[in-house]
Write a protein that binds this ligand. Sequence first.
Ligand code: NAP
Ligand code: MG
Length: 402
Amino acid sequence: MSKIKMNPIVEMDGDEMTRIIWQEIKEELLSPFVELNTEYYDLGLPNRDLTADRVTEEAAEAARRVHVAVKCATITPNAQRVEEYKLHEMWKSPNATIRAALDGTVFRAPIMTRRIKPVVSTWEAPITIARHAYGDVYKATEYRVPGPGKAELVFTGESGESFRQTVYDYECPGVLQSMFNKDSSIEAFARSCFEYALSVRQDLWFSTKDTISKQYDQTFKLIFQRIYDTEYADRFDSAGIHYFYTLIDDAVARVIRSRGGFIWACKNYDGDVMSDMVSTAFGSLAMMTSVLVSPDGNFEYEAAHGTVTRHYYRYLKGERTSTNPVATIFAWSGALRKRGELDGNGALAAFADALEKAVLDTINAGTMTGDLAALCPDPDVKRVDTGDFIRAVRAELEKRPL
Ligand code: NAP
Ligand code: MG
């Protein structure tokens, strides 16, 4: 059988258990079928330290040039990791570096199988959370007010002070916070969401609290509406999909009553909270995909979970672990499908579909890793370790003509 050919994608290797799984996926599920063509960057923590994190910058640059990237989970260093890996510095989160370089929006969607029922019984199709990954409370300035005094909000424009308003006249100790965002980032967020909705042909919902936040949240609402009206309304009509704005509390109620199958765009904090709610209600963090989409059309695919450190320490002791590789396999299939779509490479896109179907068929036939087996009450379920799961997917994949 001749292997499927492809143009290059950027491959970003990572750490710990997911680095082990990464190799197994390539050897068992990709290389036998595809002449893998990747620009390889080793984002494993030892190499980030060795290159003073230049490798992360280079990988992000490459993602902008090549347009499609696939990334393994990586360690975000903290004090304990600096000690464990004898690091020269507490390097920044690779995801933060890549996000900043691509100015993108993160889309997270659950992978559904017949075996694992969502906690919300009406959900029939995945709900994708689109999280604005810039500003708000994550870049806020905060102050612990020690006692009586006046807090003011002051803006000094290039030609002098133009706004000053009392926030509160404190009569006792308290707290104070100010946060910001900027039109350019909100516009990029909006375009990423509209582009993504078109690419997957799903409705886009957006929610804020503009009735209360009459400048801040209102700005988000107005920017989305203007970009929709001027750039996307016709394209949405042709694709048969809708843009829908509502208040965040109304959105929460509607999401729970919905059948799923749409994208829910959220401000930074809302997206942080809602994505954990949605992923847990759909089943397992190990079944969440994640893709970073930039407004100028670059795509970086990864699993939503981390490097699964606890399993890695058991693996190092020689134990067989039952770590779920599904989201990492779907990161690869997502990147290969996008490469196929961008290049008109139908064979590559079809391989990505076949790989995902083989994974779902394996789980639906009852073979799954421990995290899923624990959620699945059926008596015929076979709990397997990572290697056996990947080999079962390989056997499924070989059953079908490619
Ligand atoms: P984690 O790696 O997502 O794992 C947390 C727990 O969730 C695991 O201990 C495991 O539970 C379960 N789990 C997650 N993925 C699983 C999978 N594929 N199969 C089975 N179970 C899975 O999060 P963490 O332990 O908080 O973080 C570990 C490292 O990952 C950290 O250094 C962090 O910086 C990094 N991280 C990276 C990314 C990224 O690169 N995108 C994202 C998050 C975290 P049980 O132990 O109960 O089985
Ligand atoms: Mg969070």
